[in-house]
Design a protein around this ligand. Structure first.
Ligand code: BG6
Length: 479
């Protein structure tokens, strides 16, 4: 197998709202996930208009990383992490998004976290927006549907760039920005992503609003990327795509074309803008077909052209199929549904496991853009059993091993791969279902779906395995 580059960034990934808890502590305002109830595979989460008494909101305590971060970072260091991907919760810095002055206590918290990482030579990789918009901006502006958000987002980014300029080098603007291309309703919590009222008030989905919101996000991202390049030349800025690899269900040319259209819309549309600095040639046809008219201000296209990213990042969990047969069996997945692939097995949550798909995907991305790539999410959400203070999670080790092997093959093919941060390196709240039962971590957290648990941390078998993987720079994947 090919060798991963020297200094390969092995680590793990989380998002603030899924692990920090302390949702209303030290001046933090409510963000959209704070309004999301618990759910399950069968019972969708709800976003409530206000906090309902007696309703369980998983983000409110989560795994209380806010008060456990030292212990948790020490465990990451024990595994040998070189990088830790987390996000800044906008509402810790600007509780409603509109204050003139930032909240010092929120700023101090992330400073402490990043310093703690550096104590162990762990490089923070920071997502500026990971499903964490201030809820006040949803109420007042309907989130990213409004152009007002651009300036508010810039203000927030300028503050954190300046504060952490000596602590953080790698930044991502919007987590899984391309999920904004998906119809609302396929994932109720889409409200958490673009901040629309829709999922709360059950307004019908409107592609016009979603694609316009995406335009605002593209402009906002490009503006902060340009600003960072001009003021902090040491920074590296990346995009982040929820890559839903899809294959044509059959070799019928109609299926091939349907899949090409799906790939363009889901996977390429956003990164084409963020990497190449312009809307792709197929955008006009896509807008026309769906009745979308993007309102642009003079100068927007120049802004996009200037603010292109330095590296490409993606989440990769699964693949799916696309075809025209109305009787084909469908399957669940990360954000989007698709058709069942008879060659693949699926997780308990119906996500089809496809390590080779990662090899194929990395090659495709690198062929298209030629930028360094980082896989910033990957992993298996599974039910774990705590036995004698550990979890024998061979299934998770198998999943990760196969994906690392395939990443190695992509490297062999010439892909410039910077790093790998498997998702939920410590158990945390599931974004789609709000469950704790869907666990991804190397570290088990004693916390359950009814909110009970001691919050004690335990090393799983995968913890020791991953430690060995990192120590050998990916060459020892054995049990
Ligand atoms: C990605 C998100 O879609 O997948 C994460 O960026 C999320 O926030 C992860 O947690 C896994 O999804 P889930 O629904 O299993 O938590």
């Amino acid at each position: 197998m090919a060798e991963f580059r020297k200094g390969f960034l092995w680590g793990g990934a989380v998002a603030a709202n899924q692990l920090e808890g302390a949702w209303n502590v030290d001046g933090k305002g409510p963000s959209v996930p704070d309004m999301c109830t618990g759910g399950s595979f069968k019972e969708p989460r709800r976003i409530t208009l206000s906090i309902e008494q007696k309703t369980y909101y998983p983000s409110h305590e989560a795994i209380d990383f806010y008060h456990h971060y030292k212990e948790d970072i020490a465990l990451f260091a024990e595994m040998g992490f070189k990088v830790f991907r987390t996000s800044i919760n906008w509402t810790r810095i600007f509780p409603t998004g509109e204050e003139d002055e930032p909240n010092e206590k929120g700023l101090q918290f992330y400073e402490d976290v990043f310093k703690e990482c550096h104590k162990y030579n762990i490089e923070p990789l920071v997502t500026l927006s990971h499903y964490e918009m201030p809820y006040a901006l949803v109420e007042k502006y309907n989130g990213w549907a409004s152009r007002e958000l651009i300036g508010l987002f810039e203000k927030y980014c300028h503050v954190v760039f300046e504060r952490y300029k000596d602590l953080v080098k790698y930044w991502l603007t919007f987590n899984e920005i391309n999920t904004g291309t998906l119809p609302m309703g396929t994932f109720l919590s889409l409200g958490t992503i673009q901040g629309f009222h829709g999922p709360v008030t059950r307004l019908p989905d409107d592609p016009q609003v979603r694609f316009q919101a995406l335009h605002h996000q593209f402009v906002a991202s490009a503006k902060v990327v340009s600003y960072a390049h001009a003021n902090y030349p040491q920074f590296q800025l990346g995009n982040m795509i929820c890559f839903i690899t899809s294959y044509p269900l059959t070799c019928n040319p109609s299926d091939i074309l349907a899949n090409q259209a799906a790939m363009r819309r889901m996977n390429w549309y956003c990164s084409d803008v963020m990497v190449r600095g312009e809307y792709p040639s197929y955008a006009k046809a896509l807008w026309e077909k769906e009745g979308i008219k993007i309102n642009m201000e003079p100068g927007d296209l120049d802004i996009l052209k200037e603010g292109t990213v330095d590296f490409y990042t993606l989440s990769y969990y699964m693949s799916t199929c696309v075809g025209l047969d109305p009787h084909a069996e469908s399957t669940a997945g990360n954000m989007s549904m698709g058709l069942k692939n008879p060659y693949l097995k699926a997780s308990d949550w119906g996500w089809q496991i496809d390590p080779q798909g990662l090899h194929w995907t990395l090659n495709e991305i690198y062929d298209r853009y030629g930028l360094p790539i980082m896989v910033v999410e990957n992993g298996l959400g599974a039910r774990d059993r705590l036995e004698d203070g550990t979890v024998h999670d061979t299934y998770r080790i198998d999943y990760l091993r196969q994906h690392i092997i395939e990443m190695g093959k992509a490297v062999e093919d010439g892909v410039d791969l910077l790093g790998y941060t498997p998702w939920g390196c410590i158990d945390l709240v599931s974004a789609s279902t709000g469950e704790m039962a869907k666990r991804y971590g190397f570290i088990y957290v004693d916390k359950y779906d009814d909110g009970t648990g001691t919050l004690q941390r335990f090393r799983k078998d995968s913890f020791y395995w991953y430690k060995k993987v990192i120590a050998s720079n990916g060459s020892d994947l054995s049990d």
